[in-house]
Write a protein that binds this ligand. Structure first.
Ligand SMILES: [Zn+2]
Length: 141
């Protein structure tokens, strides 16, 4: 082998290494890009929560609505706890009564029974769908 041939071989080897390296770099870059895109998709599809305000029998409720902005679905509604209307704080259950920790106002347990929480959740659903007309309730029927 002549010196020239050796130099040519060395140059070819260097070019080959560079090509492989470039290919590898592109691969890892696109892998990272794909990972980032997946993460973004996950973030976008993860459910979000909105808090609404409903009044029922002199009490305040702040029902939470869980929704998906990618699927445009309302996933879940929960009434939460009844709140004192004057103090706007959550009531605490004390035996058979709801008590406001601040003004000590007492309400019978029945102000937050299943019928009431049901109607609070229905009202929250209605409010949400009125404000977000492109949404639908998931698995309704
Ligand atoms: Zn109060």
């Amino acid at each position: 082998m002549t010196t020239l041939e050796l130099a040519g071989l060395a140059a070819a080897a260097v070019i080959l290494v560079l090509l492989v390296f470039e290919k590898f770099r592109n691969l890892s870059l696109s892998a990272r890009l794909a990972a980032a895109e997946n993460e973004l998709k996950m973030l976008k599809s993860s459910p979000e929560t909105a808090e609404l305000r409903v009044e029922r029998y002199e009490l305040l409720w702040f029902p939470a609505v869980v929704f998906s902005s990618t699927q445009k679905t309302l996933e879940k509604v929960s009434a939460g706890l009844p709140h004192c209307r004057q103090c706007v704080i959550a009531l605490k259950l004390d035996g058979q009564e709801w008590v406001c920790p601040q003004c000590r106002a007492r309400r019978p347990e029945s102000v937050a029974d299943v019928m009431i929480t049901d109607s609070v959740e229905k009202e929250a659903t209605k409010q949400f769908l009125e404000r977000h007309r492109e949404y639908r309730v998931k698995n309704s029927g």
